[in-house]
Design a binder for this molecule. Sequence first.
Ligand code: SF4
Ligand code: SF4
Length: 509
Amino acid sequence: MAVELKAPALREYPVVPALQSDAMKDVVSYVANEKIQEAIGFPGKLDEGWQERAISKMGDLLGKYRSLRVFMDACVHCGACTDKCHYFIGTQDPKNMPVARQDLMRSVYRRYFTTAGKLFPRLVGARDLTRGVLDDWFRYYHQCSECRRCSVFCPYGIDTAEITMAGREILDAVGYGQKYSNEIIGKVHRIGNNLGLPGPALRDTLLGLEEDVKDETGVDVRYPLDEKGADVLLVTPSADFFAEPHVDSLIGYGKVFHAAGISWTLSSYSSEAGNFGMFIGNYEQLRKIAMRIREAALELGVKRIVVGECGHAWRVAYSFWNTLVGIGAGGKDPFAIELQRQLDPRHKQPTHICELTWDLIERGALRFDKDANDHRTITFHDSCNVARGSRMGDAPGGQFEIPRNIIRAVANKFVEMSPEVTRERTFCCGGGGGLLTDELLDLRIKGALPRMESLKQVVDNHGVNFMATICAICKAQFTKVLPYYGFKMSMVGGVHQLVSTAIRLGDSH
Ligand code: SF4
Ligand code: SF4
């Protein structure tokens, strides 16, 4: 019989929750089967000798990533991070405290990579890597959304997300991967997007959008696919092609390009901005997925690459694309050099869609009817990967200001949530980092608690009825969990959904 899932009660004054040992030990991701694992080049299953292979992989990572070794050594167990994780706050499981999540790996590190741990394991909290410990890794490294909030409060800047990524990389290396993320990565390699949406279906969807927008506005706004010679290649999360409310932002991007007279295209080969290679901490997968975007850009001959509303995609694009595949300065292979020659140096490469839209607004190239959004009182949820893993514009904090500037330019009623839970201190939606899967719904509902509490404050005090965000995962997660907290699922949407409502087509400069 299915268990009825319930949201925790919303608290008036958030306090550190009482501990409930092992509260989430039965909420476990599905393990990837052999077919899924082997399709992306990982061992199919946990075989004899896994322990030696796991320790060896850990040694490789400690050698490759100096930060990982520093994080293993530097923690002084001061406790500043303990109550900063939304999954701990929502679940009360002490293993979801960031420091405890780190200690799952730190105890093994001490046993095999420190002299004290080799000689006196009990004295220094060192443990053998047993099957039970590995199972705890799988369980609790898939109860971390790699959101990095805890690192903001750590006096040593220890980044639990990086430890989670290392944990997942070791798990994959011994054939113990997560079904959800690895299946999606396989789909991107085979078909080009996370949803497995083939090119013809994508073309039909875009033609349907053109008809819808024509019916709504009377204007021929185009949603082009595979058009060689277009100036802009837009890569956006594939959820934008059909899911609600995501598609409303895609409609908005098209209206912005139309109103500004910019030629643009999507690519059927590279129809996904998301990159789950980051979630599983695997550089080769990260690179292989990003490479499709470079290949599409070269094939289509575009001058500029623009990324749609997707939090982790923007983190990968902003922080890694240059050295990963040579989009932006950094790549040294012949194709990267060719791409640099092709892309227009007057533009930031890559550009976030919010940077593009805000730049057009500042230059007076777009016109809006702000009153069209008057049925909405809007707040903004900073998505964790944008807030703590990237930037926008030329000034520090641009990733916070630019989306807010756009909202203020297209709507009259905007309200901030508390400064304790926005900008760099924002809470994850509860579904990021490869956790947006049904078997983790209980975790996702509970992990959303802190954001739901701050939302309730602005709903009660200011009548907020719309929470804007620029992340496909946040949109999908909130749509699912809002009703558990008594909110309407339709109160979440994209910044470009608001742009779409207010923009005046055929009225631009
Ligand atoms: S989910 Fe975020 S806050 Fe929690 S441990 Fe992971 S990175 Fe830290
Ligand atoms: S805040 Fe940093 S040093 Fe303190 S317990 Fe957490 S990870 Fe360790």
